[in-house]
Design a protein. Structure first.
Length: 268
């Protein structure tokens, strides 16, 4: 358990650091990068933890352990199964990182996982059915509302970079977390199938259009200021803002709700 704790602490630090220091991009882009860093950071941290345990000898078991950790992360296991060379590349990057740790710039596994997310997870979620994208947001809201009354710090974590230790939630929280991951998997699957079919992709707003839709859904200028400083908000403020943000598509007409739902499902 101590090993897993180290893995997720490093993942949390990676996501938070990237959010706090990524000031040259929009708040929405920083949220995307934060999540990618948290996912990839967990993989890199897993390799580091197990690498420290055995500085000599065969690294096969260490890489296997790190891969096991990686498959538990949201959608990562699906990508490793769906993308033909993803597992081979991740294993190679973990092995190289163990043998020759990166001294400048992000670790190799982090770079690779960020690439896989950008190339496979985000496009699939943006191509999902409107109902499936809205299902992701509804499941996220249900979890946030539960956490608002039971573990508001975890609710803030979900709004910022994603929950890193689901095992610390109460029984209902863990169930709602599983429901959210199931909804994400369904949206990913339908979106990936749509991409494979070659059919015209559904509309997804750009950042400017998404802001306009969010204003139409009731978000105020003060809310966008909070999004720019999400990491500085209190637990309660971040949780409440996350609930309203994910609920925004439900306040729009159907012809505009689906696009915003895809945008939010893929961005968070």
């Amino acid at each position: 358990m101590e090993q897993i704790a180290v893995v997720f602490v490093v993942a949390l630090a990676a996501g938070a650091a990237l959010y706090l220091f990524g000031r040259t991009v929009s708040s929405r882009q920083r949220l995307i990068r934060s999540l990618a860093a948290a996912v990839a950071g967990a993989v890199a941290a897993a390799g580091a933890v197990y690498g420290l345990q055995a500085l000599t000898g065969d690294d096969t078991q260490m890489v296997d352990n790190a891969m096991t950790e990686a498959r538990t992360l949201p959608l990562v296991g699906l990508v490793l199964a769906d993308v033909p060379d993803a597992e081979t590349r991740l294993r190679a990057s973990l092995r190289e990182e163990l043998r020759n740790p990166t001294t400048q710039g992000p670790p190799r596994p982090l770079v690779l996982m960020s690439e896989l997310r950008a190339k496979h997870i985000v496009p699939a979620l943006r191509a999902a059915d409107a109902a499936d994208a809205e299902g992701v947001l509804a499941a996220r809201i249900a979890l946030m509302r539960h956490l608002a009354g039971t573990n508001v710090a975890a609710c803030r974590e979900l709004a910022l970079i994603g929950i890193q230790r689901a095992d610390r939630l109460d029984a209902q929280g863990q169930k709602l977390m599983r429901d959210m991951l199931t909804a994400m998997e369904k949206a990913y699957r339908t979106g990936r199938a749509a991409l494979s079919s070659g059919a015209a992709q559904p509309p997804v707003p750009n950042d400017t259009e998404a802001r306009t839709l969010l204003v139409e859904a009731g978000l105020a200028s003060s809310d966008f200021e909070k999004l720019q400083n999400l990491a500085k908000l209190s637990n309660e403020e971040a949780c409440e803002l996350g609930i309203r943000l994910n609920g925004a598509p439900g306040k729009l007409p159907p012809d505009r709700a689906g696009g915003l739902a895809r945008y939010l499902a893929a961005a968070q």
